[in-house]
Design a protein around this ligand. Sequence first.
Ligand SMILES: Nc1nc2c(ncn2[C@@H]2O[C@H](COP(=O)(O)OP(=O)(O)OP(=O)(O)O)[C@@H](O)[C@H]2O)c(=O)[nH]1
Ligand SMILES: [Mg+2]
Length: 200
Amino acid sequence: MHSAPASDDVYLKPSVQTAVKLLIVGHFAVGKTTYVGTLSEIRPLRTEEVMTEAGALVDDLAGIQDKTTTTVALDFGRLTLNDRLVLYLFGTPGQQRFTRLWQDMTRGALGALVLADTRRLSQSFEVMGVLEEHGLPYAVAVNQFPGAAAHRLDEVREALDLLPETPLVRCDARDRVSSTRALISLVEYLLNRTGHLEHA
Ligand SMILES: Nc1nc2c(ncn2[C@@H]2O[C@H](COP(=O)(O)OP(=O)(O)OP(=O)(O)O)[C@@H](O)[C@H]2O)c(=O)[nH]1
Ligand SMILES: [Mg+2]
């Protein structure tokens, strides 16, 4: 694992042989931009815009009153997982009106990490539906917010109607260790499914 702070090490190691595109997806305000920022070893590219009063009618900010901006195109970050494997992380916008837009981002992606919030689990269905439509394998990470009930993972699995093999983990999008662990569960899942990254 690469432990350098963000914005150091701009250049890829010469030993890197495999580059993988992964999506970080989830409904509005679930923590996607935070997550990409936590893990990226380069300064992440962000496309945040201030939310307007008009948006208050459509954007449900219950429980996240501090949030003032939203992603309007994408987040982009990079994580060198080991000497040979680099992950390019593409965070999607969460507002529903951008759903069509981010479907294009599935092109060339090997898989996705779905961030979920137990206070609004039902909002994850649309996102998972889009991934399934595009045949993109995914893992789910519950981004644990303070004040959100800590449901057992088997209950979350049932509520989200996940397949038994779909990885389901808990993370805090602000915390590097748990966020890395979540990404590794996705990468291991992709490895086991395809064997594509066998030698990475
Ligand atoms: N307590 C807590 N707050 C978090 C966590 N992750 C994100 N936040 C906060 O939740 C809010 C939403 O985070 P963002 O990273 O902007 O969410 P997003 O999914 O990118 O949002 P959109 O792009 O608008 O869909 C911000 O105020 C974050 O500081 C977390 O793990 N725990
Ligand atoms: Mg965002």
